[in-house]
Design a protein around this ligand. Structure first.
Ligand SMILES: NC(=O)c1ccc[n+]([C@@H]2O[C@H](COP(=O)([O-])OP(=O)(O)OC[C@H]3O[C@@H](n4cnc5c(N)ncnc54)[C@H](OP(=O)(O)O)[C@@H]3O)[C@@H](O)[C@H]2O)c1
Length: 301
C-alpha cells in the first residue's frame, strides 16, 4: 500500500510517496481503506519540525483525518463496506492517516454523514471535533453570546455553525474583509476585521482559534478558550472570575457520530478549497502554505 512518509523535517519536498506493508488490525481496531484525507495546520508544523518534543519519532506517516470504507471489522460492530470517517491523533499515537490502509481504534470512527461525499467528510474530523469539544468546554447555552476569533478558518467556521446549532448568538473576528460575508453566511450575526471594534465585556464566551487574546471582550465570570497551543496560555483572568484554558482535541467516535447527524440535518456546510491527488501531496502542501484558503484542502487517494 502507499504511504506518505517523512524521513526528516523540512519543506514540502521531504514528503515521500512510497510503499509499505499493510497494517494488521489489533483488538478493538478496524481496518479502513482510505478514500480521502485533508491537510491541517498541524501537518504543516509537523513536517517542518516545528512541533518539537511532542512529535513521534522519524520516519513518520503524516495525517490526522480520514474517510473511507471498512475492509476488516475485527471485533467492531462496524460492518465491512461501511462508509466511515475518523480522526487519528497522529502526534500522540504516531498513527498517520496518509496511507491506503489504516488500522483505527473503532471508538475513534463513526459512520460518515450520508448527505456528503467521502472527500467532503474527510475534511471534518479534526476541525469538527476541535470545535465541538471546545464548545462543550465553554458550555455554550441557547441565547448566550459567543465571539469566535479566526471564524473563517477550518475550526472557526465549524465553531460558528455548531454554536448556532446550539442556539447561541455568534459574532466573529476575521483577518480579511472578504471573510466578513463568508462568516455571516455561516451564521455570524456580526463580523469585523478590527479587534479595536469589539465591544467590551459583551460575550459570555470567547472561542479563540489563533491566539488573539481579546480578553476585554469577555464578561466577568465568563469563559475564554484558546486552541492556539503554540501561542501559549491564555492570560490569567482569575481576578475577573473568567475561566480560561487551552483546549486540546481528543479522538472521539461518539462526537463524530453527533457531528454526522448535524451535517445530515443541513446545519453544517462543508467548505472545500481544493482537491489534490495523493501523488500531488507536495503541491497540496505548497497550496496550504500560500494561504488565503477558502476551505480545506482534500487529499484524494
Ligand atoms: N489545540 C488543538 O487541539 C487544535 C486543534 C485544531 C487546530 N488547532 C490549531 O488551531 C489553529 C486554527 O486551526 P484551523 O485548522 O482552523 O486553521 P486555519 O483554517 O488556517 O484557520 C485559522 C484562521 O485564523 C485566521 N487568523 C490567523 N491570524 C489572524 C489574525 N491575526 N487576525 C484575524 N484572523 C487571523 C486565519 O485567517 P487567514 O486565512 O487570513 O490566514 C484563518 O481564518 C491552528 O494553529 C491549529 O494548529 C489546535
Amino acid at each position: 500500500m502507499r504511504i506518505v512518509r517523512i524521513d526528516h523535517f523540512g519543506d514540502p519536498d521531504v514528503l515521500t510517496l512510497t510503499e509499505a506493508s499493510a497494517p494488521r488490525p489489533r483488538d478493538g481496531q478496524v481496518l479502513v481503506r482510505v478514500v480521502a484525507s485533508a491537510i491541517n495546520p498541524v501537518d504543516d508544523k509537523t513536517r517542518e519540525g516545528a512541533i518539537g518534543e511532542g512529535a513521534p519519532p522519524l520516519p513518520m506517516i503524516l495525517g490526522w483525518e480520514l474517510a473511507g470504507i471498512v475492509v476488516d471489522s475485527g471485533t467492531s460492530e462496524l460492518p465491512v463496506g461501511e462508509r466511515v470517517f475518523g480522526m487519528s491523533h497522529q502526534l500522540d499515537t504516531g498513527r498517520g492517516t496518509w496511507a491506503d490502509l489504516v488500522a483505527m481504534p473503532d471508538n475513534a470512527l463513526a459512520v460518515a454523514p450520508s448527505t456528503i461525499s467521502l472527500v467532503e467528510a474527510a475534511t471534518l474530523p479534526l476541525p469538527g471535533l476541535t470545535a465541538a469539544q471546545t464548545l462543550d468546554w465553554l458550555d455554550i447555552r441557547a441565547g448566550e453570546r459567543l465571539l469566535v476569533a479566526g471564524a473563517a478558518g477550518a475550526v472557526g467556521g465549524l465553531a460558528v455553525q455548531l454554536a448556532r446549532a446550539r442556539g447561541a448568538r455568534v459574532d466573529a473576528l476575521v483577518s480579511r474583509p472578504a471573510q466578513v460575508e463568508v462568516v455571516r453566511k455561516l451564521g455570524a450575526e456580526w463580523a469585523t476585521t478590527d479587534r479595536a471594534a469589539l465591544p467590551a465585556a459583551a460575550y459570555d464566551a470567547v472561542f479563540d482559534t489563533f491566539g488573539a487574546f481579546v480578553t476585554d471582550a469577555v464578561v466577568d465570570e465568563g469563559r475564554y478558550v484558546s486552541i492556539a497551543t503554540q501561542a501559549g496560555p491564555v492570560p490569567d483572568l482569575s481576578h475577573r472570575s473568567v475561566r480560561t484554558t487551552v483546549n486540546q482535541v481528543r479522538e472521539d467516535g461518539a462526537g463524530l457520530a453527533e457531528l454526522a447527524k448535524i451535517v445530515d440535518a443541513g446545519q453544517v456546510k462543508v467548505r472545500l478549497d481544493s482537491e489534490y491527488s495523493l501523488r500531488d501531496v507536495r503541491e497540496a502542501h505548497e497550496r496550504f502554505r500560500r494561504g488565503q484558503l477558502t476551505g480545506k484542502i482534500a487529499l484524494v487517494f
